[in-house]
Design a protein around this ligand. Sequence first.
Ligand SMILES: Cc1cc2nc3c(=O)[nH]c(=O)nc-3n(C[C@H](O)[C@H](O)[C@H](O)COP(=O)(O)O)c2cc1C
Length: 207
Amino acid sequence: MPEILPVSKIIRNRRTVKPAVMDPQLEVPRDLIEELFENANWAPTHGFTEPWRFKVFTGDARQQLASQLQQLYCEHTPEGQFRQDKLDKLGRNPLLAPVVIAICMRRGDNPKIPVIEEVESVACAVQNMHLTAAAAGLGAFWSSPQVLDTGGMRSFLGLREEDCCLGLFYLGWLKEGERWPESSRHPVAEKVEWIKCSGSGALPDIP
Ligand SMILES: Cc1cc2nc3c(=O)[nH]c(=O)nc-3n(C[C@H](O)[C@H](O)[C@H](O)COP(=O)(O)O)c2cc1C
């Protein structure tokens, strides 16, 4: 392969950008958000269930979301595990990003499709959004606080019992002076095994 594929560049340049470094005043054009959703919609889906659903919070709606997250945290956190910094962050993060998207999975009615495959399909859709954002230089962060998996959150988002909210996807441009983050991975060769016929039929143990 003489040159790195354009898609590889985007994949490797995609980063998690936290709301703390986003500028809440810099608007994300509606067209660009729609482009993210269009690409999400092209994710692979077993049985064409297309289980991804998105609820978009901008402007004052972000305060509503923040208050709901805080209320649920207070209701569901056992006394000994309560952390003020976590409560503060749940209330602060939605206001630091101009756009917050609740990532939801709507369970299809084909019982032959396991729930995990619906979840996997939504994750593929989110990666499409993540990559599209990265290609546009737009920061994005998939956050998954525990309070999302509660009846209160489902009802806030208008989801049914069999549906779920898999995360909050924060979107925003970097504040002036902030830099695109860096990340690292262990070599992929450590995670890949090329299977050869061993003769005995038994596979070697995974280290
Ligand atoms: C399903 C999922 C849930 C995540 N939830 C959180 C989270 O709750 N808090 C957090 O700090 N990062 C969360 N992340 C983002 C990871 O921290 C991030 O991908 C990781 O640090 C690697 O950074 P990179 O995306 O820039 O390579 C989540 C990522 C995924 C895929």
